[in-house]
Design a protein around this ligand. Sequence first.
Ligand SMILES: Cc1cc2nc3c(=O)[nH]c(=O)nc-3n(C[C@H](O)[C@H](O)[C@H](O)COP(=O)(O)OP(=O)(O)OC[C@H]3O[C@@H](n4cnc5c(N)ncnc54)[C@H](O)[C@@H]3O)c2cc1C
Length: 408
Amino acid sequence: MTDPQGMFSLELSDDLREMRQWVHQFAKDVIRPAAAEWDEREETPWPIIDEAAKIGLYSLDFFAEQWFEPAGLGIPIAFEELFWGDAGIGLSLVGTGLAAVSISANGTPDQIGEWVPQMFGEPGDVKLGAFCASEPGAGSDVGAIRTRAAYDEAADEWVINGTKTWATNGGIANVHVVVASVDPELGTRGQASFIVPPGTPGLSQGQKFKKHGIRASHTAEVVLDGVRVPGRCLVGGKEKLDARLARAREGRRSQGQAAMRTFEASRPSVGAMAVGIARAALEYARDYAREREQFGKPIGANQAIAYKLADMQTQVDAARLLVWRAAWMARQGKTFEHAEGSMSKLVAGETAVRVTEDAIQILGGNGYTREYPVERMHRDSKIFTIFEGTSEIQRLIIGRAVTGLDVR
Ligand SMILES: Cc1cc2nc3c(=O)[nH]c(=O)nc-3n(C[C@H](O)[C@H](O)[C@H](O)COP(=O)(O)OP(=O)(O)OC[C@H]3O[C@@H](n4cnc5c(N)ncnc54)[C@H](O)[C@@H]3O)c2cc1C
């Protein structure tokens, strides 16, 4: 956010502005008109993913280009626009990207080259990726993961057993990344991620959840029953894992902290999704308040409504600034001294819930029906205080960073 002269600047580069316009157009022309239909169908919107693939939006190239965009704002800007279009369809489009990051951030170059393209497929034959960490007994408490991975040295294979839950694209993805424990005594430090290649026997989908919101995004259990994957599917490789386990057994903590940094760095992208929903609801309510008349004047001419819209706009802008700051810091390799990644996700998620609720209020009875989109946006927004770390967990992380104490 500094220009070449070293001045502070929030001016976006031409590349970012063009990209934003391009994604916005797709969101407006393709995603929005389909939003209500896929919400009702509660199914993955394959034709829309294919449309996005045809123009290069659903592609490894696009995600990689935005991921490495120099200001760090490529992903937040693209995600805000997609989720402005619709959150359920948006998540179907970016869920793969989040799974791909789990390999890109910690995998070897060979693993990235082999598996990440298979998560996206090609236009006409699109595929998905899934990241499976959560379990029935391990949500916020990721250290409680019970899925086990044992190394079969003779076959150079890992054998994985366990049940994952809440997996976005779980069971319908081409490539799954599964977090499992290799040494339960070490908690999170004894865990590793494994790539499960397409068609691997023993991996199956459990129940698919019927949800409150983001219903166009598939969420399901994933059962791993004696799943065998080649040794090369351990993300990062065995040498790295063995060194990490040895350090953990000696009581040294460096890698645990590195994992936390990876989580922190991905949080602004999730915050950006929430900003997209909040902005969509704000714009809809603003236009409605200008048009709808009661007592002989637009309802927006009442201070009660105008103040509400003023707060909504202010909160959306504030959330976006926190998202951009954290994304910029992550890209520049700056340390999150005060858990700035968590701050951005916390504020953006809670803003989305509040703003979408206010939008319903501004639309009155209409806002409460499925004839108008703000009801769907409100349902969609709620997930942002739950997944990728609940609001309570974000506060825990920020609280620890601020106090320096082991807050529990
Ligand atoms: C639609 C959807 C999609 C998802 N996609 C994925 C995915 O793709 N991959 C994946 O691995 N997971 C995914 N998740 C799982 C998600 O990350 C978890 O739901 C989340 O981490 C919370 O875990 P939990 O549901 O078990 O809640 P719990 O951990 O049981 O929490 C319940 C409540 O207790 C609070 N709480 C827990 N511990 C503390 C504490 N120490 N202090 C204060 N409060 C606390 C929580 O904040 C929450 O309010 C998804 C979930 C949903 C609903």
